[in-house]
Design a protein around this ligand. Structure first.
Ligand SMILES: *[C@@H]1O[C@H](CO)[C@@H](O)[C@H](O)[C@H]1NC(C)=O
Ligand SMILES: *[C@@H]1O[C@H](CO)[C@@H](O)[C@H](O)[C@H]1NC(C)=O
Ligand SMILES: *[C@@H]1O[C@H](CO)[C@@H](O)[C@H](O)[C@H]1NC(C)=O
Length: 596
């Protein structure tokens, strides 16, 4: 008879790693038996899993300024004058505010001043100015575009502790398949991101919003991001004021994490949670537990944390058991450490399908906390948690692929997994400010911020920036080598951005690349390459691309003249997108047709 524990590991494990909303295309990682064969099953050794990294580490809520030094946050969130100590720092902040002003107004003179200030500051060794300069040179703003110089500046800046430059470098290495380098940087970045996650369950993910839906503005997503101006939010707040406990919890949650385009406001959040728990609302109890354990917005008090979690758990809120288990692992807010009890609590959570429970059990088995260390079992738990979209579990699996402990070493996969986690780090706030600017009608600033994020490897930002360029043209306030972008510079930049997004699986981007080649925008006209790009998009079942391929076969452009094939593509397109074809103009040409 086979060992039942073993057989669990054998079948194909299908991990849907990218939540659908996160990328254009879901990403499936298929683990085969091969991945599990001959891997080190020894307890993780100190070198690879150093003791300073404690999975049950104190859940710090370190300020984002510390996690993401040199961030442009003060420009958007503090409202205070930019702090400056030394002269290079003063130049840096002055440069940032001039760059932002130039992005809004399109004034080349201001941008020139910004770049000069960054140059002076960077020459004095200021890492954040070097990072900003890397961005401007990489995109060719007020200076010749130079990928080499950009890389060099990011390299210096990363050495000086600028995290965004580390993101930019990691992404550059990944694109060049230099996984050894990419994996180290992404591992470091992911670790910072993970340390800011919650202990009981997942923090709500603040994903960059896709501002376009193919060719059109994504009105629904934008409406939902209008914060206090959104009618739905106003209704919710009204219900909360009228005493609806669930509405109170939701309003509190939106304020606490800054969801739906709201400004984060811990004070407002706390007051709503306290009102909600008065009415016995369990999820607010759990959050209060979390808040007291982290000391986020209140004075840390583990006793209070435990009390709130316990109350929540009594109302069948099983994720609260994770928080209680955590406190027992640490011996905080309870009589003393008790691993047996901690494990019992994690098991209760897991048995009730709380992914955090799987994750925590995984950590216990990985580290041998209160149990005999068992890396294979740990891996199994992490896979279960990852299948439930637990980002911390992605991190653990990344580490296993990275080290070859528990899973067969695979640096490319490790890189992809770490990247996913790393993108949830504090630098992701750029997308919030970009969206805020966009909603205020400051398209130029939105474009600049998305461009920065694009450089850090965010696919959504790449396609948002490209879309803004295409849609708004001159109003995107794109800055080129000598001030305002020429048409050629704009096309070239949008081509490059679509290209990056396409590499990361965005099918609309492949279509836009096809169009760029078809019409000769930002690149030489090339029907064959256009056909290739459309092929790529249609392989992802993109109806517009099918239509375009049909059109090219029908006219013998880039593809052999072939009416049968043309018809087949048109039929496929029709099948995939029945509604659209009816009002097809007779002069429809690629991507200008009825599908847009
Ligand atoms: C923490 O909370 C407990 C229970 O509410 C309370 O008795 C204690 O005084 C608090 N500790 C501090 C340091 O405020
Ligand atoms: C730890 O918890 C277990 C299970 O709840 C219990 O049986 C045991 O007595 C506790 N140990 C200590 C030292 O308190
Ligand atoms: C879309 O087109 C693909 C061919 O690429 C085809 O296999 C598929 O069945 C079509 N889907 C729908 C919903 O018609």
């Amino acid at each position: 008879m086979r060992d039942p524990g073993r057989s669990l590991l054998v079948p194909l494990l299908l991990l849907s790693l990218y939540p659908l909303s996160l990328t254009a295309r879901p990403f499936f990682l298929i683990l085969t038996q091969e991945d599990l064969k001959g891997v080190a099953a020894a307890p993780p050794d100190e070198l690879l899993y150093p003791a300073d990294w404690d999975e049950f580490g104190d859940s710090e809520s370190r300020p984002e300024e510390e996690l993401d030094p040199g961030s442009w946050r003060p420009m958007f969130e503090s409202g205070e004058p930019l702090a400056a100590g030394t002269e290079p720092e003063e130049l840096y902040y002055s440069g940032v505010s001039k760059m932002m002003a130039a992005a809004s107004s399109g004034e080349g003179r201001l941008m020139e001043e910004a770049v000069s200030e960054f140059e002076a500051s960077a020459a004095a060794g200021h890492a954040h100015a070097q990072s900003a300069l890397g961005f401007l040179l990489g995109t060719g703003q007020m200076r010749d575009r130079s990928k080499g110089k950009a890389f060099l500046y990011h390299h210096f800046a990363a050495g000086g502790g600028n995290m965004q430059s580390k993101m930019a470098l990691a992404y550059t290495y990944m694109r060049q398949d230099m996984y050894k380098k990419a994996v180290e940087l992404y591992a470091e970045l992911a670790k910072v991101a993970v340390s800011s996650f919650l202990i009981t369950k997942d923090s709500p993910v603040i994903e960059p919003i896709r501002i376009h839906n193919g060719a059109e503005e994504n009105k629904e997503a934008l409406r939902k991001s209008r914060g206090e101006d959104d009618e739905d939010f106003q209704i919710l707040e009204y219900q909360a004021q009228k005493g609806n406990a669930i509405a109170m919890y939701k309003v509190g949650l939106f304020y606490y994490f800054g969801l739906r385009g709201l400004r984060r406001d811990h004070t407002k959040a706390l007051s709503w949670f306290i009102k909600a728990v008065d009415k016995g609302e369990p999820r607010s109890m759990e959050l209060l537990g979390e808040i007291y354990a982290r000391g986020a917005g209140v004075e840390r008090n583990y006793t209070k944390a435990f009390e709130w979690l316990k109350l929540a758990s009594r109302q069948q809120l099983y994720s609260a058991y994770n928080g209680m288990g955590y406190l027992y692992v640490k011996g905080y807010g309870v009589e003393k450490k008790n691993y047996t009890k901690a494990k019992e609590y994690f098991e209760i959570a897991a048995n009730n399908d709380e992914a955090g429970g799987y994750y925590n059990l995984g950590v216990m088995y990985l580290k041998g906390i209160g149990v005999k260390s068992d890396v294979k079992l740990a891996c199994k738990y992490f896979i279960a948690a990852a299948n439930a979209d637990q980002p911390k579990a992605f991190y653990q699996l990344a580490k296993m692929f990275h080290t070859g402990i528990g899973l067969k070493k695979n640096l490319a996969t490790a890189t992809a997994l770490y990247k996913l986690v790393a993108e949830r780090g504090p630098w992701g706030s750029l997308s919030r400010w970009a969206l805020e600017s966009y909603l205020k009608g400051d398209v130029g600033k939105a474009f600049l911020l998305y461009s920065r994020m694009a450089e850090l490897g965010y696919e959504v930002a790449q396609s948002n920036a490209a879309w803004i360029l295409d849609k708004y043209g001159e109003r995107s306030m794109c800055m080129g080598k000598a001030g305002f972008c020429t048409d050629a510079e704009r096309h070239q930049r949008s081509h490059y951005l679509w290209w990056q997004a396409s590499e990361q699986g965005n099918e609309h981007a492949a279509l836009m690349i096809g169009d760029a080649y078809y019409y000769g925008r930002g690149t030489e006209r090339d029907y064959e390459r256009a056909a290739e790009a459309y092929m790529h998009a249609q392989s992802q079942a993109n109806a517009q691309a099918m239509f375009n391929l049909g059109y090219m076969h029908e006219h013998g452009q880039g593809l052999p003249f072939d009416l049968h094939l043309a018809k087949r593509y048109y039929d496929q397109a029709l099948e995939n997108e029945t509604a659209a074809i009816h009002n097809c103009p007779s002069d429809a040409t690629p991507s200008k047709s009825c599908f847009c």
